[in-house]
Design a protein around this ligand. Sequence first.
Ligand code: MG
Length: 429
Amino acid sequence: MHLRLPVLWFGLLAMTSSSFAAGPNVILINCDDLGYGDLGCYGAKDIRTPHLDRMAAEGTRFTDFSVTSALCTPSRAALMTGKYPGRVGLATGVLRPDSQTGLAGSETTLAEVMRQTGHATGCIGKWHLGFLPGMRPMDQGFDSYYGVLHNLDKFETVVFEKEGGMPVLRGDVVEKRPAVPAEMTGLYTAEALKFIEANRTRPFFLYLGHAMPHLPFDASPKFKGKSQRGLYGDAVEELDDSTGQILDKLRMLGLAETTLVIFTSDNGPERKTPGTAAPLSGTKHTVHEGGLRVPCLAWWPGKVPAARVCDEFVSTLDLLPTFASLTGAQPPAVLDGFDQSAVLRGEPGAKSPRKTLYSLYGLKQRRLESMREGRWKLHLHPSARLFDLGKDLQETADLSTQHPDVVQKLSNAADAIRKETLGQLSGTP
Ligand code: MG
């Protein structure tokens, strides 16, 4: 009898926690600078991605999924808040390790939304939304953090030279120095598996922000020299293996039917790297589709249709309201995202509520700006050029003189979003 009591007590606890929470577990895997054309299921012939191809076959592959900005910090600000990055003061530029600015603690993040329904919240990997107390993951709704808060390139490493190299943090404590690019995918994957295992009996939300294949891309010895696209391809093949391990862990623990996994990227491929956005044109640091449109796979066996290719217009802005809808959480009142849960589930006749997307890169002379509505896309700087993405995904044939009405309409729409989200910056020429 004595032995049974703890079992009963544990059972009651488990019941309490599952009735408190609603909706699925969510794992959001965000790669860094992975291009639209870098995966087998998106057409790559020289990088093998069998696990991601299987994920696409067991789930849904989105072909029109876009970030707001082709740059790490603004893109992640939009993903984490469901708001245009200008609304949270991160419209342009990336945060360096000595930046004094970042995402304000007062903003509602994905983690804070998932916490409402009792999900354990873990952040692993790159944050890039502020490094001072009050701005870090565990100040923004995450129960735990493991990783490097920012990039691993020379602009960052130089800041930490005197301290013995770039720190890998666990919470706020330095666990290891220096961070080694070739080790990051392996370290993050091991942490992700541990997080899933530790939270197997309760609802959880895991944000996994990979360091790869951002410069300086590298791979562990097991993957180095194995792909047909050099070290870049090796790094992507390791990301594929990492995702395979995560999905296998979910299957093994019996969590596949209760866990939504999203795999995506923060922006298109870096210039002058082997990364590709084919068949799109443009790269990171542009407002072309190749900078903004990224791979997106959704996997949730039994809930998200298998072997589906979805052409609906979706953005990372939509993740926060969609997750809130799936769990029954209350999203913040001001949002630029839409609930895409019906599209995600493939409900009959479901259409994306998203009609438009605004994008900004840089200010003043380097400013690039675009406004999309459905198939139409207007580039506003340096001059107005209009493209029909329905026929011209590469944005080569300027139709602005043929459709001045569309140019005017999109130009007005961009003005409105700029005024609303950029505040004082909206008047910047
Ligand atoms: Mg990036």
